[in-house]
Design a protein around this ligand. Structure first.
Ligand code: SF4
Ligand code: SF4
Length: 311
């Protein structure tokens, strides 16, 4: 049974959960209701075919817009953000996006969420929960905005005042009603267009990302032949692309993550293109074990490396 006894008296519990989240290593925690999400931005994006080969984005639209359908007992969504910024990186060869140089964040965040849930159970023994880290149709950036974590920038990333867009997001749906935090109503991009101007492939318009042109999509999600746009304009990005984050003024003074898991593995930054082209499967497994790069797969990484020439 969902727990619903009204929330005003639960401010203290909410703050204890937030404090516990921070002590477990989360950088920010925010609380919001599971009310329906206005999906105009999603529908507009899909109408334009900007999801490219991510056909799963067309499925389960109702689940994305109605968090309750995903987990009917939900009364509160806790949005959790972790700073993963590993600092300025020097690559000997093709570049790997900062989010992928360390351990796979899905696993790291889920472990932290399990610990947080153990704590929540000490406050509410009957609480039920589900956790998500990119693992279900959840509009995580909009949920984070509603939970007061940050705003969505023109580069379509969730941006926080403290850690810029260098954050991983996870959501915990719980069956306990807690007072929501105030949503972030305004964006802080102002007249800046740095991300749009810097994108090498023209994938960005304000608040709109065309995945068909995005190096990050092409290198991580795209299946099949390597698109021409990648061959011509990859700017040395082999897995992911950080350009529209690197130029963002909100990312300029972010402190390095305190989580060792997100720092680069010993060999990742040393890889040269020549070595990538002759990489054995064993060496690939050794270098990328436990990182998000494993998801691209050995064959695809080598194929990308054929065209990936730093500019
Ligand atoms: S990740 Fe790279 S290619 Fe994609 S929108 Fe940003 S700058 Fe453009
Ligand atoms: S680079 Fe400028 S326009 Fe783009 S997200 Fe950052 S602040 Fe907004």
């Amino acid at each position: 049974m969902p727990i619903s006894t009204g929330w005003p008296e639960r401010v203290e519990e909410k703050e204890r959960i937030r404090a516990e989240a921070l002590s477990l290593g989360f950088s920010k925690a925010g609380f919001t209701t599971p009310e329906r999400i206005r999906g105009d931005f999603l529908l507009h994006w899909l109408e334009n075919g900007a999801e490219a080969g991510m056909a799963y984005m067309r499925r389960n639209i109702e689940l994305r817009l109605e968090p309750e359908k995903l987990f009917p007992p939900v009364k509160t969504i806790i949005s959790l953000a972790v700073n993963y910024f590993p600092g300025e990186l020097k690559y000997a060869g093709p570049k790997i996006s900062r989010y992928a140089v360390g351990k796979d964040y899905h696993r790291v965040l889920k472990k932290m969420m399990k610990r947080l849930f153990t704590f929540i159970r000490t406050l509410f023994p009957d609480v039920q929960a589900r956790f998500f880290v990119d693992s279900a149709p959840v509009l995580e950036r909009e949920i984070a905005r509603r939970a007061g974590i940050g705003w969505i920038g023109k580069n379509t990333m969730l941006i926080t005042k403290e850690y810029g867009s260098w954050v991983f997001l996870g959501e915990m749906f719980i069956s306990v009603e807690l007072p929501p935090d105030s949503p972030v109503q305004t964006g802080y991009c102002g007249t800046c267009t740095a991300c749009i101007d810097a994108c090498p492939t023209g994938a960005l318009k304000p608040y709109f990302l065309d995945s068909r042109l995005c190096l990050s999509y092409i290198t991580v999600e795209h299946k099949g032949e390597i698109p021409e746009v990648y061959k011509d304009k990859n700017h040395g990005w082999l897995f992911g692309c950080d350009i529209c984050q690197e130029v963002c003024p909100w990312n300029a003074r972010v402190r390095k993550t305190t989580m060792e898991e997100f720092l680069p593995g010993p060999q990742i930054l040393l890889l040269k293109r020549k070595e990538l082209l002759s990489l054995s499967r064993e060496k690939f497994d050794e270098i990328f074990r436990g990182t998000p790069v494993k998801r691209a797969g050995f064959e695809k990484l080598k194929e990308l490396a054929r065209y990936c020439i730093p500019k």
